[in-house]
Design a protein around this ligand. Sequence first.
Ligand code: GUN
Length: 354
Amino acid sequence: MAPVLGDEMIGSDFKISGAFKNLYNRQLTQIYEHARNLVSLRKELIFHHPIAQSLHHSIIMQLLDGKLLSEQIKAELAAEVEQIKMQGGKIPHLAAIIVGENPASQVYVSSKIRSCEQVGFKSSLVRCEAATTQEELLAIVQKLNDDPDVDGFIVQLPLPKHIDEEAVTLAIDPKKDVDGFHPVNFGRMAQGLPAFLPATPMGILEILRRYNIETSGKHCVVLGRSNIVGTPISILLSRKGYPGDCTVTLTHSRTQDLPAEVRRADIIIAAIGIPEFVKGDWVKEGAVVIDVGINRIPDESKKNGTRIAGDVDFESVAPHCSFITPVPGGVGLMTVAALMMNTLKACKGEIYGR
Ligand code: GUN
């Protein structure tokens, strides 16, 4: 039996593919023996070992478990809410506005409300029909701004075409903007001032932090420049401190030779909205891959004829990674957990005072 790299040297939770064991048994033994003699072994060493670099596929890969982390975070929040209750403090209250019947939005908002229940927050859901006018929506936003019991609220995007999303975002009181979409929060984030961070980038930072992934000096390539994910995560990871201090390349539809850019990345963040877009031969051995995509695609093998796919072609990419987020079960759940964290911060007045 070949020495099991994961068990003794790095940790038992690494996955080693069967194919690798069979094909590279001898090389694995050599790496093992070499590494064993090193006093301070780091994961990177394995990837930079000449033998490891000559391997066609990567050695070990660990899933970044968004389900596990989000449950951990929610348990921490629930414990804090219990404390608040015992001390007679204010229970955090999140409100959500949803306009129209977009099926994906319905799922996301339900998940946010369910999470509030899990952590002991109060929640309110304002459902508006698709024909709601911009003025009517702005009036609801104003009402929530003025309601002293509501600590934070979100307007689920996208909105119907006749409503100007920018005007609605601007109408939200930055002190209650737990989505971190208002330009005041965005600007404060960019300057490194206390701010509500947008939930998906915040969830990504939490994954990197809780898995102790090195970011300092790493080259991070972000795919997609949306205001919600790509642009803010590129700012956050280039900021001083941990997780941060990355050199960031923000790529988009006009980027020339995207695969070549992605191949330079130590950390890849795919937030482009195209199913299974990033391919295995674009990925440097040992890269960390964060897949933000949630795309519904046809799949005849499934009961309902569809499945959820990320922006990364998991099958071809995973063998090259040191860490990768699955879809589902990765970033999506962390987005909701981050929103809960922001709501507690809003209730406690941590960003703007009470
Ligand atoms: N639509 C997609 N992601 C988000 C999000 O994080 N917040 C809101 N409000 N709408 C979204």
